[in-house]
Write a protein of this length. Structure first.
Lengths: 414, 414, 414, 414
């Protein structure tokens, strides 16, 4: 087990720790820790809402979750010798929940999936699911089960939802400009098209005073993935993965957080994964000048680990880029995937699940979401694959019709 | 080996066979063959351009390929007893190239991948690749290699690109209406937004005379996937797969064609798979009333086979929904996947491939394309995974830099 | 599809074909066909008993199967330029059942598994199963089911049971000497310890007269695997496999036969696989001097194909090297595997199968048999793994106890 | 993380801990801890030699390792309510090395593989490798590398080598009787045929005085696997596995130890796995009366976990039951597997490894060892599969011949 360079006390909030991380992107956020190429180290990570969400049967916390505080990130880790133009090689050695006794925080034996309400960010299927819902998942070893989505059990595909290097000043400017331009096209939209800088609740490691205020006013939010990686929500970044990040600032300034016990492709309920606090063990190295050598100037390249959960039988659903109202869209894979996911939800309700239970399951279980056809004008075809072994009942269609399960207490709503 | 109910003579064009198929969708196309639930049967299939493409080092045929003739489909197969509201269960027992000596037609020991020119339909990356290119792939058992894309070899993920049931009259009307509305938004666009009915070159099994002309004028083109399945281009429909199709007309009227020796997720070069003529063995059955029972009213549900090619190490690229010009788009996964594929192409060129070679490879090899993040406003994150074992050289980034391969004669252009 | 260099007429016995193969090993058996390095070709193969076994509900044919006639092999294929000391590279491009209409011969839509009686060769568990039993398996695409072993269905792991190069004269002498010495230790044993040369029913391609009689008297039987490969019964030699054979005679003289639609590790019922006639497509090449270069002087090296059937959940049984009578043997993995298989059989009978049905299933389905511990004196530990997905009922132990299945007509006995 | 019911202080020997385990099998060894059905708990485990082996470049410790002290086991864990005739269900929730800073003990960032000398137990290939050798493996996340076997790296298949329930008095008597009978056939053999009870160094939890001496005189050694499970060395018992153990005494009295970071099938170097100290998280449950219900009266049944390391390309070697001296043995799979392993070793030496390095690698890496043919008289065929991806160089045979690697300092010998 490597040395913990970013230890966190689970009983304290993000801002009361011995070492403070950050929740915004900016080149001037001071590194919290310095490492060197070849180093292995551990970092503890807060769950993305810093412990706001509780293990209970209410979704009130999901409805009111403070978006201004996310994501509580560990780092930045400065890598000695890293320079713009290098590729930062990051090996994910291990990742897991908080290694302590069962307690009140997500990660201590449990995690959660939330459908965010339209007024608080919404989700992939916000028009069909405008309200807030929550599912709590219990961990037993590598497996998850939920009292809110009964009759399923699956091995988590555990990974960090967010990891990335710091942007340069020029890149930060580019981000702010292009996102502001998008927001300007419909500034009052609910949910918003993008999130502008938000000084309130900004945490910037050691910055204070005027410098804090300047950086907080300029810093980009952490919600979207961007050229530096960031909140990519790639479920395949399990232990054993190697990621190659572009380096934009001296020291690279790597940060990490938003750990997920499991997630389906797309993280479709927005807070779609099984969110948890935990730890991650990393090793860093450099390919000097690698950005030009390999033509990797933006968006990380990666090699997934070789111990993801294995499934051999899948039940799959397809969708095309026609809206629910029957309007034909042109090669819109985002829409096609929404339709495929809605088809999966419609199907699962025939067994007795509520639509929200089915939706929460698709966000949390290791489902595969694929671009199947992207060129056959005017319809994209997207497909979503559910491993049948996660269900405790036979789920394949047959002449016998669906068995009826007891949906239990259902997923709490707020 | 089941009985061949749709035998084709490879030396003759689609319209000169003893049994004629079709290349349009319409409820009034007469069935070519009748089968009953539980039957197993073989159907031969022409490659989608009916033999127009040659095994040579020119892309002239790709540039001039007659889009009005596609897809040359085998069927319809009427399933006795099938009624609207049923689910048609189709087991893909086997699928493969033309089981004959090496000859002049795609499928007889070889197949092809084409990048279509902007003026003839274009492709997923049409703005970056506006011209026509071709790669010929040679088959050796289950493996493919190409003189136009050297230093790679891979086991094909063989499947039918197109399979579906006939639409009802009402559904056909809905298709025509919604697609016409889309076309009307930019009728002169090149490539077009969608393809309207095209009576020229329409083949409609036994229809002739006025009835042929009426149906040809109304029938939908086969390019896009729709509620009935159709041209879904799902690479995972390998031998051993089971597909559940909605039934919209008496007899279901199943058709199949567009066989692919292999394909990457998205079929991104448009004629992106390795196209071939061949055969497919099917078994059909019914779940009476299954559309309501399982809430499957459109877009097939399926269970992939369990003998796809296995790979354990992948090199993956990511993209977000920002255009190459730097414009921020809102959760556009289609764009994010384009960017991920462009990153993969940029990377592969550092080894010595031309961009076109890399693009053709991504269309043909069993790459995975996943929706990784679809909710993190404003950026979707899409990822594309290349199995490293298909390359005859080490392809992972390292401090040594890329080895340089000899790209050979390259991919012919027209 | 490569050219068929060894075509067989399924309606005729092995000895009445236009080209005759062989059923013994000897360096002086004349090659049937000559190929050259790089060639791809097809060979038809008779099932190992040349069509003696019938698709019926009697095991009389298994009880009386003529062991002197096996194995009906296709070849030898002389590879031009091959010399002793080379490694012969054989790619298995494809392998499958007889590509014709359903008919009377194994391979034409069906195959069989037999438990051989003690008086006719016996099997792995001969003391527990001294009588003859048979199960007929029906093929549907890549899947097998049986009226004699109901409630299971599995994708076959199709492969040649026997492939090998010709021995040199010296090697043949060595085989005969060492096997005669073994037989001499207990010459009356039933079943025998080994099979000496048997001139009766020997088929030696074109040999006739005195030369035939000389070779027939010296030639080794094909039952055991030996330095040249031969009857290795390696279930993993599926399509896509590459095998490196030592070359002992000029031309290598490769022969192949004993095709299996499927088999479990060990082929434990003796005629344990699903036996069939069929075809195999091969490509041959040479590594000149490869035996010394790679230290491969006996027993082939191989690389399995990458499209075997995939299973992700297994139910496994263990055994150690203690006899059923309680005698402790010293690190006897053969015994440990017998005990593991017996445990699997005992377990499966609690669901309603007869012991013979369970035994036949273990011989035919793609079970894994592993050496788990071979050093922990005095007990070896062997393990056998059954994929749970082959059963149509839940097979894992639980507090509910086993469901009871209807064993149907059972496996016929003779 | 479940509660640690068997905490160990890594700085202290097995006998100086707050809770003491045992290193012999006997029904009268008092349970160390009591749990109840449904409980999840952690147990720390000493490495099997209790810290005797050092991280250095000498094999002196392997040569002199005190066999009388093994295996240092954690437990027994009494399961309330368990009675003879029940099946004890044990879920392996997690297993890993000592979760602490890098230190002097195996498990703290490193582990070891040893070839035992003939005079101290020997190994699978003792005649070819009569001396002691050692390889130290360094852990980085889930991967292992070794300065003693360079140019390989692999993901460990981490599991407990030994887990089992306590024998009844009758069963203990049976073990002692049958093993004594075996020893009596050659009592002076080196290495011995089996190990009789050894009071010296016996640790029996809380037993002391006369009762300790009585039990120590009767108790069976832990080296061999037996009816109760025990030292099965099944590499597939990774996290996520479920094991069903027969219960022979009230409370079941489950014990566990001998953790392996990785192992190849057979654990062929005797101390063949990568040995380490660490922890294991378990959940226990009961199937009352399950031994009769499921016909499981001896030797555990198990279902492996679904996150083992994945490999898709394998290089395999075969062997038959002929001795190196050319003597034909009758269906001896133990011998056939020895020959297959020797072939793999011979092959790997052509790249530059010493035979000992190759042998140590086969013991430690996740190789597969299969019973391929066990019925083809007189030869068994065994096969061993090496994942090619563990090598940093191309390992498949080709016309180019083997690359030559630098074997480094080699494996130390004593």
């Amino acid at each position: 087990m490597p040395q913990n360079l970013f230890p966190l006390d689970s009983t304290k909030p993000f801002t009361d720790q011995q070492v403070t991380g950050h929740n915004r992107w900016h080149p001037d956020i001071p590194p919290a820790v310095t490492v060197k190429p070849g180093d292995e180290f551990r970092a503890d990570c807060r769950e993305w809402f810093d412990g706001y969400i509780r293990n209970d049967d209410s979704a009130e916390d999901i409805r009111t979750a403070p978006m201004s505080k996310v994501h509580a990130l560990s780092g930045p880790f400065r890598v000695a010798g890293a320079q713009p133009g290098d590729l930062l090689v990051v090996d994910i050695l291990e990742v897991g929940p908080i290694p302590q006794e069962t307690g009140p925080l997500a990660g201590q034996g449990w995690g959660y999936t939330g459908i965010f309400a339209k007024a608080n960010g919404g989700s992939f299927l916000v028009d069909q699911f405008p309200d807030a819902y929550k599912a709590v998942w219990d961990f037993s070893g590598r497996k998850a089960t939920s009292r809110h989505v009964p009759h399923v059990a699956f091995t988590g595909i555990t990974h960090p939802g967010l990891m990335g290097t710091a942007p340069s000043t020029a890149m930060l400017g580019k981000w702010n400009t292009r996102e502001a331009a998008l927001i300007a096209t419909d500034p009052e939209r609910v949910p918003p098209l993008a999130l502008p800088p938000e000084p309130r609740d900004a945490v910037l490691t050691t910055l204070a005073g005027a410098e804090h205020d300047r950086v907080a006013a300029e810093a980009c939010r952490t919600a979207p993935p961007r050229e530096n990686g960031g909140n990519m929500d790639i479920k395949n970044l399990t232990a054993g993965s190697r990621v190659f990040y572009p380096v934009y600032v001296d020291g690279a300034n790597l940060s990490v957080g938003d750990l997920h016990f499991s997630q389906g492709d797309g993280e479709i309920t927005f807070c779609g994964a099984i969110e948890m606090g935990g730890f991650i063990d990393l090793r860093v190295d450099l390919i000097k000048g690698g950005m030009d050598t390999y033509n990797v100037h933006e968006n990380p390249v990666f090699m997934p680990g070789n111990t993801p959960p294995q499934y051999a039988e899948w039940l799959a659903f397809s969708g095309t880029s026609v809206t629910l109202d029957g309007e034909q869209r042109y090669l819109d894979s985002q829409l096609a995937y929404q339709r495929a996911c809605l088809h999966a939800i419609d199907f699962l309700t025939t067994f007795g699940y509520s639509p929200e239970q089915a939706y929460l399951l698709l966000g949390a279980a290791p489902i595969e979401g694929r671009f199947s056809g992207v060129v056959d004008i005017p319809n994209s075809c997207a497909t979503v694959y559910l491993p049948t072994a996660i269900f405790e009942f036979p789920v394949a269609p047959s002449a016998d019709g669906p068995v009826r399960i007891d949906p239990g207490i259902g997923a709490p709503r707020a």
